[in-house]
Write a protein that binds this ligand. Structure first.
Ligand code: LLP
Length: 425
């Protein structure tokens, strides 16, 4: 993103042009930024530990165009559901190029997951016998809850520790791998995902040490060589204007040092190191272009836009901060405003107070930053306010990669049972 003579550009396309060609609100992803993020991260981690692979967690942004960029860069796919496995298959990914990290799986999830050949990453020991009823996978991994997790989004996206629903308790790890080995499973991996959005580089070696101490002992005692260790996602991006960036090089260096020292401490054959980031790849490469509908001066000065909590759920859900720019007005003096969408819910008043250009007025174009991860993916239809369009840009090229929803999308598949007649009076 850059501002030239007041006009905001995403890649080589101006926010005005996006609004004019595609309407608002529209999610816009910058392909070059996604590729640069991937390459920066891959070069850092693979430099310090060459047997390294990324799996993109498609839950953050499942637009196939975006996913295909990461696949093209060399990423496997981390899937949370069978539908995400299908998405991976549509991009040419299959088998062990997919990590299946669902939780509380249904019988269908297990059956279809096995059929796909994806690596099963079991969230609990109780799932193993249920998997074995359907067949014996070639390789299995367990998701460990190492007892500690953290996030810049507070407790909301802290995915490990005693209050998390995810992963095996460390005391169950030995039993889990022993049962898998006794059942005839030959190949093993281990996984954790203790938190999302962390910009402190010391966190990554710390959690690596925690996991390795748990699975290292199990490996040594059971005579298991782990083929891979997967550290999950969690590479954070700054959302606040004055927040420091993650020192990725340092995180990679410290993590690989810790990893190697634990491998030798537990006498393990060096496993492949995997990570499955999402936010780091797509977060700051995505934007929402929206429009100011009206400005109200009541108890508070409120800017009403077409970007609601249905478009971007994170602020209302987690109290998350997203920077907002006003096209052609960023150089103007500031005044305090609130900002909201159009839903009939007060949580849609998603910016309570923010210094924004005092000259802001009806019709202005606003751009929300850092919206590429968990943005569109968590959007929903409510109040008949339907999901926005998605556009991919690469320099001055641009393409609609998902159309804006229409009335038909809101009612698709619904019907009125016979006993209600036609539903019309
Ligand atoms: N792997 C697994 C198993 C995950 O559950 C997640 C995200 C990731 C990888 C990717 O994590 P990342 O690199 O993006 O931190 N909706 C929240 C974030 C929830 C994270 C869920 N799991 C948000 O908007 O901040």
């Amino acid at each position: 993103m850059k501002i030239v003579d007041g006009e905001i550009y995403i890649g080589g396309i101006s926010a005005s042009e996006i609004a004019c060609l595609y309407g608002t609100p529209t999610y816009v992803y910058d392909e070059q930024a996604i590729r640069a993020n991937y390459r920066r991260a891959f070069s850092a981690f693979s430099r310090y530990y060459p047997d390294f692979k990324f799996f993109y967690a498609v839950k953050a942004c499942n637009n196939p165009a975006v996913c295909s960029i990461l696949v093209d860069e060399g990423a496997g796919i981390d899937a949370a559901s069978v539908n995400e496995i299908k998405l991976a298959a549509s991009l040419g990914k299959g088998g062990e190029e997919i990590m299946f990290s669902g939780n509380f799986l249904s019988e269908d999830d297990i059956r279809l997951g096995l059929q796909s050949g994806a690596i099963f990453n079991l969230d609990d020991i109780s799932i193993l016998p249920r998997v074995l009823k359907h067949g014996t996978p070639e390789i299995i991994s367990f998701r460990v809850n190492p007892g500690y997790g953290r996030s810049n989004v507070g407790e909301f996206v802290t995915n490990a520790g005693p209050n998390a629903k995810f992963g095996l308790h460390p005391d169950q790890v030995m039993e889990a791998y022993k049962s898998a080995k006794d059942a005839g499973i030959k190949r093993f991996g281990a996984h954790m995902m203790p938190g999302s959005c962390i910009t402190d580089c010391d966190y990554f070696p710390f959690i690596t040490g925690l996991l390795m101490d748990i699975v290292g002992k199990a490996g040594r005692e059971l005579g298991i060589d782990f083929e891979f260790i997967d550290l999950g996602g969690g590479l954070g991006i700054p959302y606040l204007p004055d927040e420091d960036k993650l020192d990725l090089e340092r995180a990679a260096e410290l993590t690989s040092e810790m990893f190697k020292s634990k491998i030798s401490e537990y006498g393990l054959a060096p496993p492949r190191l995997k990570m499955e980031p999402a936010r780091y790849f797509v977060g700051d490469a995505g934007f929402i272009v929206g429009r100011v509908h009206s400005i109200k001066h009541s108890y508070k000065n409120i800017i009403g836009t077409d970007i609601g909590m249905n478009t971007l759920a994170r602020p209302a859900m987690y109290g998350a901060y997203h920077n907002i720019l006003v096209n052609r007005k960023e150089g103007d003096p500031r005044a305090t405003f609130g900002l909201c969408g159009q839903l009939c819910e007060n949580t849609d008043f998603w910016v309570k107070e923010r210094e924004l250009p005092s000259t802001i007025c009806e019709g202005d174009i606003v751009v929300v930053e850092n919206a590429g991860a968990y943005g569109y993916a968590m959007s929903y239809q409510y109040n008949g306010r339907l999901r926005p369009a998605e556009v991919l840009v690469n320099g001055t090229k641009h393409a609609l990669v998902r159309p804006r929803e229409e009335y038909e999308d809101m009612v698709r598949g619904t019907s009125i049972p016979d006993w209600l007649g036609s539903g019309k009076k």
